[in-house]
Design a protein around this ligand. Structure first.
Ligand SMILES: Nc1ncnc2c1ncn2[C@@H]1O[C@H](COP(=O)(O)OP(=O)(O)OP(=O)(O)O)[C@@H](O)[C@H]1O
Ligand SMILES: [Mg+2]
Length: 383
């Protein structure tokens, strides 16, 4: 009998899935770091990965683990004024300061002012302000044998001034052997952006973790368990078809699971065995949602030439030769390689060696083919 609780799958950004697949190692590293005390390498982490691979939900899991140990946790997402927001939140946690900072105001644009008892005069002073705020909170939590975890999501978007402030303050806490952990998560461009900057050698010391697609065996197991938890059965060919359709891409795992579950629970609530038909139709539904939720927005964020490059790739059934792509675009290899580099950095395509590139996002090729006419029109509306 299908239980009455709702669909267990969570196909939306930042929503914790019923089972967090394939992240045991990084979670163990993090947990160990908390246990090992100040100075443990895993207390400063940088996590990178493509859109939809599960960075935000991993940060949630870290927060949950730290919470469970009685730690104070602060989650922030990088955007202008990050360091100032952190200062505000560190103070508000203590409940002793009544001020707020407009989050849209970058501290670098503020000539001077007073944050409660912390006076600052310039962006250069922000690191000091942040260090003081951290110290203040740490004094408090350490008294109870606890620590402080700060996670920064979308870290690729951090302002340089904010990054310098955070790096300097974190260094201070490190030197003082304070009980804290910092985790940054962002798109792969985050690494190239910060690792080339002398001011943030601190980031270079952060333990790197790259989140990738998860193994199909783990996906199959998660499908079996999640369906059976809600009183349904998925096995045999239906299970392998559903599993393979995900390509191990975590967002697609949720989409496929969600739509199969939905179809099956509507169609035969009294016979909750997933049929091949459920699986196939669920996958088709999942694919069209993937297009709307991942492929469409991803293409919208790219330039017209980036899109032209991708359309040229979509003509191939497998990896594309970069010189053939340049040819198809009617450009020389040098010109095309600029766009190749941008698409690689955005993790839309991947390097296959020997002058070959392929799509890094599942089903993007199919989406491009299906929408080629429309995309061409959006590139050059005059055509
Ligand atoms: N390890 C996992 N196992 C199963 N599902 C996952 C896993 N990680 C993420 N998901 C699911 O994938 C989707 C995307 O997750 P999340 O929003 O954390 O990705 P992200 O990397 O932060 O993406 P973005 O770069 O767009 O912010 C969510 O629906 C989430 O439930
Ligand atoms: Mg995210």
């Amino acid at each position: 009998m299908v239980r009455t609780n709702g669909n267990p799958f969570k196909p939306s950004a930042g929503h914790t899935p019923p089972l967090l697949i394939g992240r045991d190692e990084v979670i163990d590293d993090f947990t160990e770091g908390l246990g090992d005390g100040p100075g443990a390498p895993s207390r400063l982490m940088r996590i990178t990965g493509a859109r939809g691979v599960g960075k935000t939900v991993l940060l949630s899991e870290f927060t949950r683990i730290a919470d469970g140990r009685g730690w104070k946790t602060i989650r922030e997402s990088a955007s202008k004024g990050l360091a100032a927001r952190l200062v505000t939140r560190l103070h508000s946690g203590k409940g002793s300061f009544g001020f707020t900072i407009n989050p849209s105001v970058n501290i670098a644009n503020v000539a001077g002012g007073s944050l409660g008892e912390f006076h600052y005069e310039s962006p250069q002073q922000m690191p000091l302000t942040l260090s003081d705020a951290l110290r203040n909170v740490l004094d408090d939590v350490e008294k109870h044998g606890h620590g402080l975890l700060i996670t920064i999501d979308e870290a690729q978007a951090t302002d340089k001034d904010d990054m310098i402030a955070i790096a300097t303050a974190a260094q201070d806490m490190n030197t003082e052997n304070r009980n804290f952990a910092f985790v940054f998560a962002g798109l792969p461009s985050m690494s190239s952006k910060w690792l080339n900057d002398d001011a943030t050698t601190f980031m270079r010391r952060a333990e790197p973790h790259t989140l990738a697609d998860v193994s199909l065996d783990d996906v199959a197991e998660a499908f079996e368990d999640t369906f059976s938890e809600s009183g349904m059965t998925i096995a045999g060919q239906a299970l392998s078809t559903a599993t393979e359709a995900t390509y191990g891409y975590p967002f697609m795992v949720q989409l496929v699971g969600y739509h199969i579950w939905r179809l099956a629970s509507r169609r035969h609530p009294l016979d909750p065995v997933i049929s091949m038909e459920d699986a196939e139709q669920g996958i088709a539904k999942a694919l069209s949602r993937l297009g709307d939720m991942v492929h469409g927005p991803e293409l919208d964020s790219l330039s017209p030439v980036d899109k032209t490059y991708l359309l040229a790739m979509a003509q191939d059934d497998g990896p594309s030769s970069t010189s053939v792509i340049a040819n198809r675009m009617g450009k020389d290899l040098g010109y095309a390689s600029t766009y190749r580099a941008r698409l690689l950095e955005a993790q839309v395509i991947e390097d296959k060696g020997y002058g070959l590139v392929d799509f890094a996002i599942p089903y993007l090729r199919e989406y491009l083919r299906e929408h080629a006419a429309y995309i061409r029109m959006s590139i050059d509306p005059g055509n």
